[in-house]
Write a protein that binds this ligand. Structure first.
Ligand SMILES: [Zn+2]
Length: 65
């Protein structure tokens, strides 16, 4: 794996940890990496499928009540 810049401290790391994605209309999305020391300071990556399921469930409960 190539070195990446840590999204937290801007230092290059040879052991980048994937911590998330940034979506932007112009760039089309960017992957965020962190050095191992700062990886724990990022929230857990959100599973898009799980999120959609949760949204669907929430909507269903809204209409049911
Ligand atoms: Zn860092």
């Amino acid at each position: 794996m190539t070195s990446q810049v840590c999204a937290r401290c801007d230092a290059r790391t040879g052991k980048p940890v994937l911590v998330g994605h940034v979506h932007s209309a112009s760039a089309g999305g960017r992957t965020l990496y962190s050095c191992p020391e700062h990886a724990l300071t990022f929230p857990r990556p959100i599973d898009p499928v799980a999120q959609i399921d949760a949204l669907r469930r929430a909507r269903k409960e809204e209409t049911a009540s």
